[in-house]
Design a binder for this molecule. Structure first.
Ligand SMILES: O=C(O)CCC(=O)C(=O)O
Ligand SMILES: [Fe+2]
Length: 360
């Protein structure tokens, strides 16, 4: 019988610490990962003071002088890091009503011409001037380091929940892996569109999303195609799986489609901070799928077909994952692609920059 969901489960991370309660956690996690693709993670390990500091910087970042935001605009970065103006981004070809700042964990500028182009996606971030936003960079570096640790631990728990060794996913990361993070602002709508971000899958393994204001807006698509609210729960992360995780688990773990609706008219802005766990770049991960236990594979037969309005990241079975990631970025930020990846830009936008969605 097909299983559907009408709410997002809450998983209590603290149950992992005690051998007596861990089986309960693993059972809940197995259900969440295989039937919903989303869960709230309560009692997690990222210190509340780091969460509070990151949250407090959100409105302050977007209130920076326009000239400073221009200086660190994403169009200056072949790594797709930096500030994107309102309306600069596309999902499924339609303009997202959000403003954002993308950055990554530390990675040096090592790409040289002649190397595969997709390797250039990893590189240094652009940061606002310390004098204009004191402590911003340091606070986010500390916060993100704790997110990385938590994501790695949750990933090991997911492996256990799926009957795999705890380190089953370890070989999908590079030695000096670069994860990506965003700070996002969704203002109240001024026109007709309420597409904060359109329906999509995330790309990598786990996403840890901090809903950094109390606004609703995040929605998750269930098996029947209905949109289920992921209303913010204080003290939690929303965790979901990306298309890479779905691919390497032979579709057992699901990359669930999600979207964000703009806040109500005249409301204050909604803020969020997604942390994306990124995987290694050089191989076709569809060729390296994990050997899943038979009883886990059976879950796919009983849970029913997953409905989806998302179309992105279908190429994991045919292209190296680094190329898949670069294509995703090119499609969502054509103005950056036009400047730094002209060949790919021409391939995906043969008619030139879309009239909307351009940051120029
Ligand atoms: O802002 C949110 O709540 C979700 C954002 C999101 O799904 C994304 O940027 O991939
Ligand atoms: Fe997402």
């Amino acid at each position: 019988m097909a299983t559907n969901f009408s709410s997002i489960p809450v998983i209590d991370y603290s149950l992992a610490a005690d051998a007596a309660t861990k089986p309960q956690l693993l059972a809940a996690l197995r259900h969440a990962v295989t039937h919903v693709g989303f869960f709230y993670l309560a009692h997690h390990s990222v210190p509340p003071e780091l969460v509070a500091a990151a949250t407090a910087y959100c409105p302050r970042f977007f209130a920076l002088p326009a000239a400073e935001k221009e200086r660190i605009r994403m169009v200056h970065s072949p790594h797709f890091f930096g500030y994107s103006r309102f309306g600069a981004e596309l999902t499924k070809g339609a303009v997202d009503q959000r403003e954002q700042f993308d950055f990554g964990t530390h990675y040096p500028d090592v790409w040289v011409p002649g190397q595969p182009e997709h390797l250039r996606l990893w590189g240094p971030s652009q940061w606002p001037a310390e004098s204009l936003l004191p402590g911003f960079r340091r606070s986010f570096e500390d916060y993100v380091q704790k997110c990385q640790e938590l994501a790695n631990d949750v990933l090991a728990l997911v492996a256990e929940a799926l009957g795999l060794p705890r380190d089953a996913f370890a070989h999908f990361f590079e030695e000096n892996n670069q994860d990506r993070v965003k700070i996002v602002k969704y203002p109240a709508p001024t026109g007709d569109s309420t597409q904060g971000v359109g329906p999509h899958y995330d790309s990598g393994f786990l996403t840890l999303l901090l809903q950094a204001s109390p606004h609703r807006g995040l929605q998750v698509q269930n098996v029947s195609g209905e949109w289920v609210d992921a209303t913010p729960i204080p003290g939690t992360f929303v965790v979901n799986m990306g298309k890479a995780m779905e691919t390497v688990t032979q579709g057992v773990a699901i990359a669930t489609t999600h979207r964000v609706l703009s806040p109500e008219k005249d409301s204050t802005p909604r803020y969020s901070i997604p942390f994306f766990q990124i995987i290694k770049r050089g191989t076709v991960i569809g060729d390296e799928v994990l050997d899943m236990p038979v009883e886990i594979l059976k879950i796919k037969e009983t849970r029913g077909q997953i409905g989806s309005d998302a179309v992105n990241y279908a190429e994991y079975h045919t292209l190296p994952s680094g190329e898949v990631a670069l294509i995703g970025r090119v499609k969502s930020h054509p103005d950056v692609a036009e400047r730094h990846y002209p060949e790919l830009f021409k391939k995906y936008f043969p008619d030139g920059l879309p009239s909307q969605g351009s940051a120029y």
